[in-house]
Design a protein around this ligand. Structure first.
Ligand SMILES: [Cu+2]
Length: 144
């Protein structure tokens, strides 16, 4: 009996030690991650498709990267006009698209030289503390 209790406590201690990793694992699939490169200090835009592969709704609340000083979630409200979005909710089994003319990441203040062909890591942050690091391919201004 006592032995069982010790095993139970050991298992519990192990579980308690794991959550740092487990909690940051987010059930999403990200595809078509790409950046539209622009010259000089013009902000670039990040595009991707994100799918919730889990059973619960997810909320994307922001993004960060060592390559940019500031990243803001944006939605386009009408042609050429965009505004910051606090978050994007992704229902289980559904996708949200970040595409030219629609939702996008506004990538501001590059911290180093970035060129078409580069791969830039961007971490997506979710409500509840989850995060996912995604590699974005830098494309030309025409996105090719
Ligand atoms: Cu924007």
């Amino acid at each position: 009996m006592r032995r069982r209790l010790i095993l139970f406590l050991a298992a519990f201690a192990w579980l308690a030690a794991v959550p740092a990793g487990a909690a940051s694992r987010v059930p999403v699939q990200v595809t078509e991650a790409r950046i539209r490169w622009l010259p000089g200090d013009l902000p670039m835009a990040g595009y991707f498709v994100i799918r919730n592969t889990g059973e619960r709704p997810l909320r994307l609340i922001g993004a960060s990267s060592p390559a940019y000083r500031r990243i803001v979630l944006h939605r386009t409200v009408s042609y050429g006009r965009m505004k910051p979005a606090k978050s994007f909710e992704i229902a289980p089994g559904w996708s949200v698209q970040f595409t030219p003319g629609g939702n996008h990441l506004m990538l501001m203040g590059r911290t180093r030289a970035i060129h078409p062909g580069d791969v830039v890591p961007i971490t997506l942050h979710f409500a509840g503390g989850g995060a996912l690091r995604v590699k974005f391919r830098v494309r030309g201004a025409d996105l090719r």
